[in-house]
Design a protein around this ligand. Sequence first.
Ligand SMILES: Cc1ncc(COP(=O)(O)O)c(C=O)c1O
Length: 387
Amino acid sequence: MRSLLAGITPEDTSAALNMSLGEPQHQVPSFVTDILHDQRASYNKYPPVQGTEAWQQAVSGWLIRRNGLSAGMVGSENLVPLNGSREGLFSIGLVAIGRQKNGQIPLVLSPNPFYQPYAGAAQSAGAETLYFSGDAALDGMPDYASLPEDVLRRTALAFICNPSNPEGGLASRDYLAQMVGLARKYDFTLVGDECYSEIYDDKPPVGLLDVCAELVRRGLGNSDNPFQNVVVFNSLSKRSNLAGLRSGFMAGDPDIVRETLRMRTYGGAPLPLPVQAASAAAWNDEAHVEANRALYRRKFDLAERYLGGKFDFTRPAGGFCLWLKVGDGEKACRELWRAAGIKCLPGVYLARPDADGHNVGMPYIRLVLVHDEKLLEPALEKIAITL
Ligand SMILES: Cc1ncc(COP(=O)(O)O)c(C=O)c1O
């Protein structure tokens, strides 16, 4: 990014804004910082890797409410506290990928464009990655079910990002159920990266755990292990504007959870006790999340007002990114920086080229709607004029 913009001096900085970094700028909930302060005496203690009881109860309670699960369906055996979801999305590769899968080099399935730790998970475990562009007929989700048998038999791990980043699409219930079925049939770990799940426009994204529970109700799952082969990741970074707290979790299949906790016992950093206490309070509160969502909706309105009808604009169904088709993403980024001091990310940086060398991200730029309206509106106006 630095080299892309090197040597270019913005001509006008009246609407300058960094719209390249997905770091929420809304307010940190004050009750969270109060708890961090009040609990400071416990910084002298080593925290439990599996989380305190209060943390476990808060997260399992939230997962049960959010996914419409029956009471008791999520407990400590289903949960791993994480220092944000990124580290878990990376290290899941070390747990879920063996040296071989059915006698061959294991394979990881990833959407394309994708969140970079998915590639790290595969590489660190010696697996190969198959990148899959979104399918319009599947709300932009990757059609892993279309893969041939021999490829699926080699698959050790598959990622689904829902809402998708950067496109902002939502996976349907049927699609998710099909992916769960595939994971079980071919015995691979299905990962749901749900870190944008609480930022949506009119319809809450369906969670993978919800779908697993539904499969059991329909007699299609294993009632002894409803989340078999499935784990989801979520965090307070986007939901609660707490990216710097580094607090998230993995939840799902107890076998995968057990292995992950075992690994973390040797090499993981547990969440400090004040962080666990503050996180528990954040998961127990929805008022600040609703207020946060309302702010994003107003910004979706603004984006639609200035960019609607241009660059294949779609109002994000979930998440806070705009994925604009501008022709040549790198050129557009340089142009926005030169004309207005606005930083965005070329789509090509978020995707991998296919076998023919074609990168699906090339024509796009990604803009994040993380700043408040006062900063955002002039920048959006400038983008509409400049590109
Ligand atoms: C798609 C996606 N997944 C996961 C994360 C990880 O967030 P965190 O580690 O803050 O929970 C991010 C952060 O930007 C993201 O964009």
